[in-house]
Design a protein around this ligand. Structure first.
Ligand SMILES: Cc1cc2nc3c(=O)[nH]c(=O)nc-3n(C[C@H](O)[C@H](O)[C@H](O)COP(=O)(O)OP(=O)(O)OC[C@H]3O[C@@H](n4cnc5c(N)ncnc54)[C@H](O)[C@@H]3O)c2cc1C
Length: 401
């Protein structure tokens, strides 16, 4: 009998990999450095491919969040620059399409589906040695385990990525995002909408959410920010000031949010890798493709990685180094082009909306308002990619593959 597959990190990527691998019959352990799997943050939307993947992993996705229709809007005029239309059958099949939720509920649902004994908390990996027939992991307390396959799902500062491909600086987007959520329902806001709105230099957005059966809204403001500069002392006051040009409903939602439910992130990613896997080790989630929130898809892609890995490894004899490496090569081939496109598009959108030279801005806004550019790039291409991803997942479920 082979040792369990080891997953490093208990975020969305690690939990998805563990659930999916368990579903296809592999024994798996997740090693998490903290005393518990905890959601770092609140605001989140999920597209249909991760919803389908979660469902097939045994996660209860019923009423996980609020179904939303997405649009990109000129904040000054209300002109809709891009209307994100998922096909009606996709919306009907996957809980309503683009689902607005709070991150902790995703963790709760994934943890509820996790078999006992899979997650090992308080385990920080400090050493990795692929000796050909297997991988030896060393933990901070000096203990060791042997595994036939290591999946690095340990986030943007991944130890596994650095071990495989060396350390490199993160890519600074020179942006910050402040976001929050409220269960207040101001009359100015519209349920079941995700409205991504831009002034000349700021993105101010909101989406409806459902959390434990209760309706609410999440919102965020995104703007240029020097990463060396400290963040604003009063996040809520800063968000309100930044959202002034947007008016209601954004300002109403921010005003209704408690400071405890308001958070800030500096946006960074990593330049995409051209290879993730080597020998008996691979990557998943932000460890493989750290992505700006402009994609609203980092967690979604992380869940998709685990799903793809499990399908490819279902019938693989883990004692065969050749077979494991061959499955991982197909995994790279399937996942790298899709995730790289998302990472790069999110980076470019962030630069175009917030860092374009001042002289070019009127031209940018003319293109966004008067040509179908954004509709083509975001309104049409993004839903098409969702449909393509669903097709690539195939007809067979994880359990039947
Ligand atoms: C403001 C914001 C908004 C976002 N909005 C969306 C959205 O709407 N939709 C979407 O799909 N995505 C969104 N994302 C992206 C999403 O949050 C990430 O892509 C996702 O959390 C990545 O999951 P992960 O499991 O790969 O990494 P993480 O969530 O970072 O988890 C990594 C885990 O590994 C553990 N770990 C790290 N090192 C070690 C070690 N050495 N040993 C053991 N454990 C270790 C960590 O403690 C952690 O638990 C957003 C991100 C931000 C910042």
């Amino acid at each position: 009998m082979t040792n369990p597959i080891a997953v490093l990190g208990c975020g969305p990527a690690g939990m998805a990999a563990a659930l999916a691998l368990h579903t296809v019959g592999h024994d798996v352990r997740v090693y998490e450095r903290y005393p518990e799997a905890r959601a770092a943050g609140n605001i989140l939307n999920l597209w249909p491919p991760p919803i389908r993947a979660l469902e097939e992993m045994g996660v209860n996705v019923v009423d996980l969040g609020s179904p939303c229709h997405g649009s990109f809007v000129n904040a000054y005029t209300g002109h809709v620059r891009a209307d994100v239309h998922l096909p009606a059958e996709v919306v009907a099949r996957y809980q309503g399409g683009f689902i607005g939720m709070l991150r902790p509920v995703l963790y709760e649902r994934m943890l509820a589906a996790m078999p006992d004994g899979v997650i090992k908390v308080n385990h920080t990996v400090t050493g990795i040695h692929d000796h050909g027939d297997g991988v030896e992991l060393t933990f901070a307390d000096g203990s060791k385990v042997e595994t036939p396959l290591l999946i690095g799902a340990d986030g943007i500062d991944s130890t596994v990525r650095a071990h495989l491909w060396g350390d490199a600086p993160k890519r600074e987007h020179r942006l910050q995002i402040i976001g929050g959520h409220t269960d207040q329902l101001p009359a100015s806001a519209t349920m079941n909408e995700a409205v991504i709105s831009h002034t000349k230099w700021v993105q101010g957005s909101y989406s409806s959410i459902r959390d434990h059966g209760k309706d609410g809204y999440q919102w965020w403001v995104l703007q240029a920010w020097d990463p060396e500069k400290p963040g604003p002392a009063d996040l809520k006051a800063h968000a309100l000031e930044t959202a002034r040009d947007f008016g209601a409903p954004l300002t109403d939602l921010i005003a209704a949010t408690t400071p405890q439910n308001t958070q800030r992130w500096v946006i960074r990613d990593r330049k995409p890798l051209t290879q993730w896997s080597k020998g008996r080790i691979t990557l998943a989630g932000d460890a493989a493709h750290a992505t700006s929130p402009y994609a609203a898809y980092g967690a979604g892609m992380s869940i998709g990685d685990g799903y793809a890995l499990a399908k490819l490894l279902k019938h693989v004899d883990l004692s065969s180094t050749t077979d494991v490496a061959a499955a991982l090569a197909v995994y790279d081939e399937k996942r790298i082009p899709h995730t790289t496109a998302q990472v790069q598009q999110a980076y470019v959108l962030g630069q175009a909306f917030h860092h374009i030279p001042r002289l070019l801005r009127p031209f940018r806004d003319f293109m966004l308002d008067r040509t179908g550019m954004l509709q083509k790039q975001v309104g049409d291409r993004s839903p098409q990619e969702i449909v393509d991803q669903l097709q690539e997942m195939g007809e067979e479920t994880l359990a039947n593959a």
